[in-house]
Ligand binder design. Structure first.
Ligand code: PDD
Length: 287
């Protein structure tokens, strides 16, 4: 079955989907994106993802490509046309196409919108949840506005590649003070020595993950106490549990970091309990 992409007003076969060579996303990483999960034929946490998209766009002063209602229609259509029941959609908005110049183009240049969708392998995800994953730590060498979900992901891509080359699945960034910021494409959580669920405050040092926000709702319902505070690499290595979250990786347990075993080396029970209740509590809308 051929994949279909939405590109600037048209639904086109994925293999023929093209953007212009002077798209500012291509030349300056001048754009933002969202990745949102589809599960059992339902779109998960769409409102929060679109709220964050609005915020990212406004922080960069890029106009919304269309109304929220129209955008939701496009997303649904792309998910439907690709027959995605379990997977994700990817949405990207750039400042548009203009002759290369660092300063913004005139207001008449329309933002460019691309939406794609793909199925993911539920078995691969289940295996990661069952066995846990390995991570490495790397210095956080990103700019100081990573709260904006910008397509400028080169440090993240390099960090993930390094993780892969070292036999791990995620790279966890450490700031200049030795404190954990977040993963290359995930937020990081620990269960500390006192049994609290700890994650870094969502300042400019991390992306405020949608999974992170919904997970806090879930933890509250389950009576798991949360502490939003910074924690060091050393505290993470000594934690009872470590797990990471993103839209398509809800509570992946981390059982080894930099070759050191975390907890008893097996996925922790808090991650499992939270994951077990996540989709009951998250917003779900039909395709
Ligand atoms: N990444 N931190 C970073 C740097 C991320 O790239 C992501 C998501 C997250 C988690 O955000 P959320 O819970 O809203 O997915 C945190 C997506 C999945 C990606 O780049 O593919």
């Amino acid at each position: 079955m051929p994949r279909i992409a939405y590109v600037n007003g048209r639904y086109v076969p994925h293999t023929e989907a093209r953007v212009h060579i002077e798209d500012r996303g291509y030349q300056f990483a001048d754009g933002v994106y969202e990745v949102c999960e589809v599960r059992h034929g339902l779109i998960v946490d769409l409102t929060r993802h679109l709220d964050r998209l609005d915020r990212s766009l406004s922080e960069l002063r890029i106009a919304a490509p269309m109304s929220r209602k129209a955008l939701t229609g496009v997303i649904r259509e792309v998910v439907r046309r690709n027959h995605v029941r379990n997977g994700l959609f990817y949405l990207q908005v750039t400042r548009g196409v203009a002759r290369r110049d660092h300063v913004f183009p005139s207001a008449s240049v329309k933002p460019a919108l691309v939406v794609t969708a793909k199925s993911t392998d539920p078995k691969g995800i289940a295996a990661k949840n069952e066995k846990g994953i390995k991570a490495i730590t790397v210095p956080d060498n990103r700019w100081d506005r990573v709260d904006i979900k910008s397509v400028g992901l080169l440090p993240n891509a390099l960090a993930r590649q390094q993780a892969k080359e070292e036999g791990a699945q995620e790279a966890i960034f450490i700031d200049v003070d030795g404190m954990v910021t977040e993963g290359a494409a995930t937020n990081v959580w620990i269960i500390d020595r006192d049994g609290f669920l700890v994650t870094r405050p969502a300042d400019h040092g991390i992306l405020k993950g949608i999974t992170r926000t919904t997970l806090m709702d879930v933890a509250e319902k389950l009576g798991v106490e949360i502490r939003e505070r910074r924690f060091s690499r050393a505290e993470m290595l000594a934690a009872r549990e470590v797990f990471i979250t993103a839209a398509t990786s809800i509570c992946f347990p981390v059982v080894e970091i930099d070759g050191q075993v975390i907890g008893n080396g097996h996925p922790g029970e808090t991650a499992e309990r939270i994951r077990g209740h996540f989709f009951e509590i998250a917003e779900k809308i039909a395709i």
